[in-house]
Design a protein around this ligand. Structure first.
Ligand code: C5P
Length: 228
């Protein structure tokens, strides 16, 4: 299985986004557009990426009533996203509607299990009295059972989810740090090659590329590591 690099376009303006994409050139074909950039720029940023021949992961983490999420997935497809996501904790009815919207539009929809910022105490505060790992497993299998093709997960959870959901299940993995890179606020990190060996189809990398003195060289090094 090959592992593809996605760059998290965590910047504030179209000018900065375009500068990153132009600098990275052919080294990177997938970009993750999250709430920070999309809230400012809307579909224009997706359009700009598509015009440059790039693939777009629209990271909106939809979590709402089933009808609203289904229509949001259709909107994501309509503006040209190639991948989008929902919160698995929205429940089975919502996940099934998201899966149906994905099948209808050809957009790949994956689910977020437990945010990596949540630990057992955070889960307990919202009434979930199991460990994060147990909850991740529960939501990953629910996601699969509702017809969605994969999840966003931390590198530490790859093995657990792979075992439960099989080798075809799509795993999109942030929290990646090349050996020697600063962790920032990420705690449970893996290197690109570790994530590839563990079986991630996609890794999401932000600051190790965006904040590098030479972003293209940083992306090239990660790609070389992924090819192994
Ligand atoms: O800069 P860094 O490589 O940490 O960026 C990782 C990206 O992945 C950010 O956009 C972050 O919001 C996102 N993400 C994450 N952990 C998750 C889900 C998404 O770090 N569980």
């Amino acid at each position: 299985m090959s592992t593809t690099l996605m760059v998290a376009l965590d910047v504030d303006s179209l000018a900065e986004a375009v500068a990153v994409v132009d600098r990275l050139g052919d080294e990177v074909s997938w970009y993750k557009v999250g709430k920070q950039l999309f809230t400012r720029l809307g579909p224009a940023v997706v359009q700009g990426l598509k015009e440059r021949g790039k693939k777009v992961f629209l990271d909106m983490k939809y979590h709402d009533i089933p009808n609203t999420v289904g229509q949001a997935v259709r909107s994501a497809a309509a503006i040209g996203a190639d991948l989008c996501n929902v919160h698995a904790s929205g429940g089975p009815a919502m996940l099934r509607v998201a899966a149906e919207a994905g099948r209808e539009t050809g957009l790949t929809v994956v689910a977020v299990t437990v945010l990596t910022s949540m630990d057992a105490a955070e889960l307990s505060a919202v009434g979930i009295a199991v460990t994060p790992a147990e909850q991740v497993l529960r939501l990953a299998t629910l996601t699969r059972d509702c017809g969605l093709p994969g999840v966003v997960c931390s590198a530490q959870e790859i093995g657990l989810i792979r075992d439960a959901c099989g080798s075809d299940f799509l795993l999109v993995v942030p929290g990646i740090r090349p050996a020697g890179a600063g962790k920032g606020d990420q705690k449970r990190v893996m290197t690109p090659s570790e994530a590839a060996q563990a079986g991630a189809q996609y890794i999401v990398v932000g600051r190790p590329i965006l904040a590098a003195a030479d972003p293209a060289a940083a992306a090239r090094a990660i790609n070389a590591e992924l090819r192994g």
